[in-house]
Design a binder for this molecule. Structure first.
Ligand SMILES: Cc1cc2nc3c(=O)[nH]c(=O)nc-3n(C[C@H](O)[C@H](O)[C@H](O)COP(=O)(O)OP(=O)(O)OC[C@H]3O[C@@H](n4cnc5c(N)ncnc54)[C@H](O)[C@@H]3O)c2cc1C
Length: 456
């Protein structure tokens, strides 16, 4: 099979690398596309879209391939694979970076930190910039510098017609609005331009772990602690087993625990002051907060969620951390069967909450916390363990029902949710506006392998 004007690599099922190229982060996804079009640039992406439309092929777009739902790969159709497009160009004078659509956050951090700069990205280095940014983008720096989309200055997009356009506040502003939260619904983004900020390169960062038995006490303390912290301090709670990382003594490996991990986006000494009370609470099992390179902090958890394990997620935004909500979290978080499963809670507020609700397509700026319930097990454990972790995640979410906010982060929705969950992610007003932009840029819903917005 050939594609007119395509210079990248085409992989059909008989290609030696086909099986590697069709694999995504979540090892439960096992799909066999008819063709994988590994693009070398925006022109290839445009040629591939035109080819797919002409031949009536279903289109999947692969950024980092990290989406838990596996939308980056399809059965039978074509995968427009951006994984060879990972370049990052930094303009230190203007504090901006241009990032290709298949880059990972590790690529961005590596290049921007060479200049002491950074922008809000995910907390795992091997997550794709594409999917993460298009859904909103939450991470350590968001309370100080906003979501990834709040730092997006422009994007180059291949539309459903197979033409390249620039979306920015001045060009196609409706498309630019929709790209900032609306996911992969509106085209293939071949490059992103981000605003950067001085960060580090050394920051006060890391986790403190307490025993799982202390979960409720730690969460009650944490709720009060984060009610009065500077915007510079980003925190994530992890309810997990202690990962078997080389920096952690072996006798603690796999022990059930609660961790509060943090990163202070400011001077190291200010960070040390900001986390003092946290480090002083109760009797930690281990305290790994220290001055460290921002990039090292960003990569610190990469090995705890490797490619190829089997994953199943549930998530919701939370209305707050009442004592009852904390009781539910404490009762369920450590009841998973797999030591690889965990729950994590991001803390919002700060710059995220100061952006007006309708400025972008991301909803849920007003929520204080979310929770992601992250079932994880080894491929050889599928069967009983899969059933157990799926039931655990579902039961946990169900128990949280009275404590849920109306919204959910669109990037944390797994494949078994129906359309109503996508509507929940946006709320009626933003969803309607997204549907109208979709009708203008993709009236046939060619880009539907995503958290889909139907054209209206
Ligand atoms: C371990 C882990 C940690 C995570 N941590 C965070 C976090 O800290 N913060 C956060 O906000 N999210 C986080 N996420 C969620 C993450 O935002 C989503 O998984 C996101 O979809 C990943 O983007 P990707 O490009 O790797 O995904 P892919 O699977 O490649 O794509 C996901 C969706 O986005 C579309 N897409 C991807 N790239 C493009 C593009 N260039 N143009 C058009 N459409 C595109 C795809 O078609 C697909 O529909 C995490 C996910 C995992 C698995």
């Amino acid at each position: 099979m050939e594609i007119d004007g395509f210079r990248g690599e085409l992989m059909a099922p008989d290609h030696a690398e086909y099986d590697t190229a069709r694999a995504v982060w979540n090892g439960t996804i096992d799909r066999r596309p008819r063709l994988i079009a590994r693009c070398s640039g925006a022109a290839d992406a445009a040629a591939a879209v035109r080819f797919a439309r002409d031949h009536d092929l279903e289109i999947a777009v692969r950024g980092g391939g990290h989406g838990v739902a596996g939308a980056a790969v399809c059965d039978d159709g074509i995968v427009i694979d951006l994984s060879a497009m990972r370049a990052v160009w930094v303009d230190p004078a203007n504090r901006t970076a241009r990032v290709q659509g298949g880059a990972l956050w590790g690529d961005v951090d590596q290049e921007t930190q060479a200049h002491g700069l950074a922008t809000t990205g995910g907390i795992i280095g091997h997550t794709g910039v594409g999917g993460l940014t298009l859904g909103g983008g939450i991470g350590w720096l968001m309370r100080k510098h906003g979501l990834s989309i709040d730092n997006l200055l422009a994007a180059e997009v291949v539309t459903a017609e197979g033409t390249s356009v620039v979306a920015s506040p001045d060009e196609h502003p409706d498309l630019f609005w929709a790209l900032r939260g609306g996911g992969g619904n509106f085209g293939v983004v071949t490059s992103f331009q981000f605003a950067l900020h001085p960060v580090g390169p050394t920051v006060t960062a890391g986790p403190v772990f307490w025993a799982a038995d202390d979960t409720a006490d730690v969460l009650r303390f944490y709720r009060d602690f984060v009610s009065d912290i500077p915007d510079e301090l980003g925190t994530v709670v992890k309810l997990c087993t202690i990962p078997p990382l080389p920096v952690i003594p072996e006798d603690l490996h796999w022990r059930p625990a609660i961790a509060v991990a943090c990163c202070y986006a400011g001077a190291v000494e200010d960070g040390e002051r900001a986390v003092q009370a946290l480090r002083g609470f109760g009797s930690p099992l281990i305290d790994l907060i220290a001055p460290k390179a921002y990039v090292a902090h960003q990569w610190g958890l990469d090995d705890t969620v490797p490619h190829g394990w089997h994953y199943y997620w549930k998530s919701t935004n939370l209305a707050g951390l009442s004592n009852d909500a904390i009781g539910v979290v404490a009762a369920h978080a450590h009841a998973a069967n797999s030591p690889r499963s965990y729950a994590a809670m991001f803390h919002f507020g700060g710059a995220v909450a100061r952006v007006p609700h309708d400025a972008t397509a991301y909803a849920g700026r007003d929520v204080p916390h979310n929770i992601i319930i992250h079932g994880a097990w080894l491929p050889e454990e599928s069967g009983e363990m899969e059933a157990a972790e799926t039931a655990w995640a579902r039961g946990f979410l169900e128990a949280l029902e009275p404590h849920r906010a109306d919204s959910v982060y669109v990037n944390f929705i797994d494949a078994d949710e129906d359309d109503s969950r996508v509507r929940d992610a946006y709320g009626d007003e933003i969803h309607q506006r997204l549907a109208e932009v979709k009708a203008k840029y993709d009236p046939d819903n060619a880009f539907h392998l995503n958290q889909n917005i139907r054209p209206e």
